[in-house]
Design a protein around this ligand. Structure first.
Ligand SMILES: CC(C)(COP(=O)(O)OP(=O)(O)OC[C@H]1O[C@@H](n2cnc3c(N)ncnc32)[C@H](O)[C@@H]1OP(=O)(O)O)[C@@H](O)C(=O)NCCC(=O)NCCS
Length: 169
């Protein structure tokens, strides 16, 4: 079990807006830095992915972007659900990154737990959600595996691995 982020009660959350100053944010990955600084707001304005920023001491230290998803499963995955559907309802964790200063302290795990909670919440509100999905960078597959995600198919030639978390497990 990952360590619990020690300052979780001091975190604040806000929907991404142009008022949030992300100039100093650096997660160590240039694509994700570029996404949050230049692209995320555009996705949000077009209702394609909504981004939540996480603050500590009034500084943005991380973000996650979510969208609705429809998951294709191979037959073994369908068998474990017990219903044969073309696609299965899901929330996609489209992007997630933490500033380098706050990595490795349990915050990534906390965010995945928060998103699992959203799925439970939506089910209680009458919208079925069975899975959380993510396209994990190859070098982050171990992190998502620790958070309970499994790969959706055998490795393919790609820099990401499609993974799912089953909220009914
Ligand atoms: C990936 C990221 C979100 C993980 O969040 P984090 O807060 O650093 O991770 P946690 O501290 O919650 O780690 C939880 C567990 O996963 C492990 N872990 C973290 N990164 C890992 C990796 N790349 N491979 C294997 N295990 C990893 C941790 O060691 C920890 O293990 P433990 O339970 O045995 O202590 C964060 O490091 C980050 O923002 N990285 C840069 C951006 C990025 O790559 N985003 C993901 C794109 S798919």
């Amino acid at each position: 079990m990952a360590q619990a982020f020690p300052h979780f009660h001091k975190l604040q959350y806000a929907t991404l807006s142009k008022q949030i100053n992300l100039k100093d944010f650096d997660c160590g990955d240039s694509d994700l830095n570029d996404f949050i600084k230049n692209d995320a707001l555009g996705y949000q304005l077009k209702y394609l992915a909504n981004t939540t920023c996480i603050f500590f001491d009034n500084k943005p230290i991380g973000f996650y972007s979510l969208a609705a998803d429809a998951l294709n499963l191979e037959s073994s995955g369908k068998d474990s659900v017990g219903k044969n559907l073309r696609t299965y309802p899901a929330i996609k964790l489209a992007r997630m990154a933490l500033d380098k200063t706050h990595q490795g302290a349990g915050l990534g795990t906390l965010i995945t737990e928060i998103i699992k909670g959203f799925a439970v919440d939506l089910n209680q509100k009458g919208i079925a959600i069975r899975f959380i999905t993510v396209d994990a960078y190859l070098q982050k597959v171990g992190f998502y595996a620790k958070c309970g995600f499994i790969a959706n198919h055998a490795p393919k030639k790609s820099h990401t691995v499609s993974m799912r978390y089953d909220i009914f497990r």
